[in-house]
Design a protein around this ligand. Structure first.
Ligand SMILES: Cc1cc2nc3c(=O)[nH]c(=O)nc-3n(C[C@H](O)[C@H](O)[C@H](O)COP(=O)(O)O)c2cc1C
Length: 219
């Protein structure tokens, strides 16, 4: 069986002490084992090697039909084209990220601005935007210092609604959030992250079947 191609986006500016990278280190191999597939990871370290911001030409291109945009601004869209190709070739998207100010870090927002492109990854129809990418399992391993993602909410959650909506626009609707929050209240955040990863895997044994069926239909 072919390897499962995973596009991994690491979004933390931290390296060795990053809780989100640690969360992913525990969850991703376990998920691969559940799927019974070798995985081949393409990694974008957005946190430590941020992408360039989108340019004036990129923004101008978005108000033109796709083919005209390509002809007029082709070179200026090279980074965006490469990121979209990378995403399109992946069987699974894995986003490893902290919460920054109630939502996604700026480096992830920047990746989103590059890949959400009219007539390329979504089409605008009379009833709104329609995704043009095929759906594939998307996992979001997210960590937060405060008490996010719980009831009663102590902080507004603009993270999950935003990410679900914007990934949905380009066709990625099979999105699973795995979170480890409240890390600021422990002296050992990495140990808490490991415990949360183990708990998520125990609580979600069925995730195996759904991902496997999606993955094998794509491969
Ligand atoms: C710029 C910045 C903004 C943050 N905003 C929030 C926030 O809104 N809510 C929260 O719970 N934690 C917030 N945090 C804390 C991080 O989410 C938390 O420390 C997380 O574990 C960091 O993950 P990392 O170690 O992978 O970078 C923020 C941290 C930074 C650096």
């Amino acid at each position: 069986m072919n390897s499962l191609k995973v596009l991994l986006l690491d979004c933390s500016p931290r390296r060795d002490n990053s809780t989100s990278r640690h969360f992913t280190r525990h969850l991703l191999p376990a998920m691969a084992e559940r799927l019974g597939r070798d995985i081949q990871i393409t990694r974008r370290d957005l946190g430590t090697q941020p992408l360039p911001p989108i340019t004036e030409s990129h923004a101008e291109s978005l108000v033109l039909p796709g083919d005209v945009a390509k002809e007029r601004f082709g070179e200026a869209l090279a980074v965006s084209d490469e990121l979209i190709r990378e995403l399109d070739q992946a069987d699974m998207l894995w986003i490893s990220t902290p919460v920054h100010n109630f939502t996604v870090p700026a480096v992830l927002k920047n990746w989103i601005d590059h890949v959400v492109r009219i007539d390329v990854t979504f089409a605008a129809g009379p009833n709104g935007k329609v995704g043009l990418l095929r759906d594939r399992p998307t996992f979001v391993a997210v960590t937060a210092g405060g008490a996010m993602f719980r009831e009663p909410a102590y902080q507004p959650d603009f993270f999950r609604p935003y990410l679900s909506a914007v990934l949905g626009v380009i066709g990625l609707k099979d999105v699973t959030f795995m979170h480890a929050a409240g890390l600021v209240s422990t002296d050992e955040p990495l140990a808490l992250v490991e415990a949360k990863a183990g708990q998520w895997l125990r609580d979600n044994p069925q995730r195996h079947a759904s991902s496997e069926s999606n993955a094998s239909s794509i491969a």
